[in-house]
Design a protein around this ligand. Structure first.
Ligand code: SAM
Length: 314
């Protein structure tokens, strides 16, 4: 019989968001607080051991994130070791600025199936003011990603200053480069910036957008067909369109802390448990912990949790 992870709301948990580092070469105002301190990172062997345990209890897909995962010199090894366990889907979230033809090829060969790219602006000045980095590096990375991978999605967190020009620029960009766009509602986390006043819903209505069935399995995005856009447009609105009742995710920080929700103030320290418990005991601890996954996030109450998105892995 296949073992499964299930919480007390009967949600099956089969997706892992795996942060491999807190470090990032960008300092996005919505993500990395200026005061970030870096914890010890799990080794490849430790990541592999935890991934194997989670696979044995039904986790089937892994999204690798950070910080910036490409900051780890052993990222190809990490992906290969996870892929070889047998997960159905191993994907990566990156800012794309460190992608090269060489590492993109190695990531593909290691078993990476697709790439999500975080992009906050297509305007060079605004991109630089949000990220403290240069837009050309991100655009080069996206080009490389689309040449190597058939499934590339651009995640646009809408922060203050997002406007009609940005909306149009992203539309033209997505049509030209054949990438899927997903607009993400800004979440007010520790150390982060402020939300946009741009009313995306109103804009999509003006365009005559029509909601369609979920495009990519059971992820959080809702998809719309929008006249003028060649590809369906994804919307991820964790606050105004909560998707907690269908959440199948758990998160592992780069230091080995398991969380049941982005806004979960409890954690299970798997790094420590690996030194004091057998694999069977760790699995029992994980199952008991997952039972208590919060029914819904408390983002409106707990916006100052003491950790940033970069720390927990967005
Ligand atoms: N460095 C990679 C990147 O830039 O995509 C991966 C890490 S980053 C924490 C992962 C994603 O989290 C970002 O692409 C962005 O979509 C999301 N994110 C970060 N801060 C956010 C915030 N305050 N609100 C909503 N989404 C956020």
């Amino acid at each position: 019989m296949i073992d499964i992870l299930i919480d007390s709301d009967n949600r099956v948990i089969d997706h892992l968001r795996l942060s491999v580092t807190e470090k990032c070469n960008l300092h996005c105002c919505y993500c990395v607080p200026e005061t970030a301190t870096i914890q010890q990172e799990l080794s490849v062997a430790e990541i592999e051991r935890i991934a194997k345990l989670l696979f044995s209890i039904g986790v089937r897909s892994v999204r690798i994130t950070g910080g910036e995962p490409l900051m780890r010199s052993d990222i190809v090894e990490i992906i290969a070791s996870i892929y070889q366990i047998g997960f159905d889907d191993v994907s990566l979230t990156t800012n794309a600025t460190l992608l090269t033809n060489i590492n993109a090829h190695e990531l593909l060969m290691a078993g990476l199936s697709r790439i999500n790219i975080g992009m906050s602006s297509l305007n060079a000045t605004r991109y630089n003011s949000i990220t403290k980095y240069h837009l050309t590096a991100a655009l080069t990375g996206i080009k490389i990603a689309t040449e190597k991978f058939s499934d590339v999605r651009i995640n646009v967190v809408m922060v203050d200053g997002f406007d009609d020009h940005e909306f149009e620029a992203f539309r033209n960009y997505s049509n030209l480069h054949d990438v899927t766009l997903r607009f993400i509602e800004y979440m007010p986390v520790f150390g982060a910036a402020t939300a946009t006043r741009f009313d995306l819903w109103k804009k999509l209505q003006e365009f005559g957008a029509k909601k369609i069935a979920p495009l990519f399995g059971q992820g959080p995005a809702e998809y719309y067909l929008v006249p003028g856009f060649n590809k369906p447009v994804g919307l991820i609105f964790p606050i105004h369109k909560k998707f907690c009742s269908s959440c199948r995710r758990i998160r592992l920080s780069s230091a080995g802390e398991l969380r049941r929700c982005l806004f979960d103030n409890q954690l299970l320290d798997l790094h420590t448990l690996m030194n004091v418990q057998t694999s069977l005991e760790i699995v029992q601890s994980i199952k008991a912990f997952i039972k208590g996954k919060p029914s819904e996030h408390s983002i409106n109450k707990d916006t100052n949790l003491g950790y940033s998105m970069a720390k927990i892995g967005g």
